[in-house]
Design a protein around this ligand. Structure first.
Ligand SMILES: NC(=O)c1ccc[n+]([C@@H]2O[C@H](COP(=O)([O-])OP(=O)(O)OC[C@H]3O[C@@H](n4cnc5c(N)ncnc54)[C@H](OP(=O)(O)O)[C@@H]3O)[C@@H](O)[C@H]2O)c1
Length: 115
């Protein structure tokens, strides 16, 4: 089930920098796999900061929920759910969730899970 952040958290934090007016992704949708840590986490924040609505996943549901809370507290539009992308059935569930949340429109795909 797709979930959205709804509170404050300190674990998944990063700086809320000023992106100026150089780029805008307002109205765009993005799927970032592996968004709870490392490069994926930074990509989620950057896309959301630029105005995109983002969906992300990782295998650890508790970590996703912590990140979603943190992103919500920053005003970012990010949803997510647990998914092991090495599993075909889980990928199919992810696609169903993403399609549902984004009403069938996906503009950006960033795959940052290790093979
Ligand atoms: N960091 C570098 O210097 C570097 C250099 C070159 C290439 N890369 C590549 O860039 C990608 C990201 O690297 P990183 O250093 O940011 O990795 P990382 O810090 O280990 O983060 C990986 C993210 O992907 C998730 N993940 C891993 N396996 C998954 C799976 N099967 N299904 C769903 N989510 C999964 C992890 O969460 P869970 O573990 O909770 O699932 C985590 O959110 C990798 O493909 C890596 O090979 C990294």
């Amino acid at each position: 089930m797709a979930q959205e952040g709804n509170g404050n958290s300190s674990r998944c934090s990063s700086h809320n920098g000023d992106n100026g007016n150089r780029w805008s992704l307002q109205g765009m949708t993005a799927l970032v796999t592996g968004g709870t840590k490392g490069i994926g986490h930074a990509v989620v924040e950057e896309l959301a900061r630029l105005g995109a609505t983002v969906y992300t996943c990782s295998r650890n549901e508790a970590e996703i929920n912590e990140c979603l809370k943190d992103w919500k507290s920053k005003g970012f539009r990010v949803a997510g759910s647990a998914c092991d992308v090495s599993s075909k059935s889980e990928r199919e569930k992810l696609m169903f969730a993403v399609s549902s949340v984004f009403h069938g429109k996906l503009n950006i795909l960033v795959s940052l899970t290790r093979p």
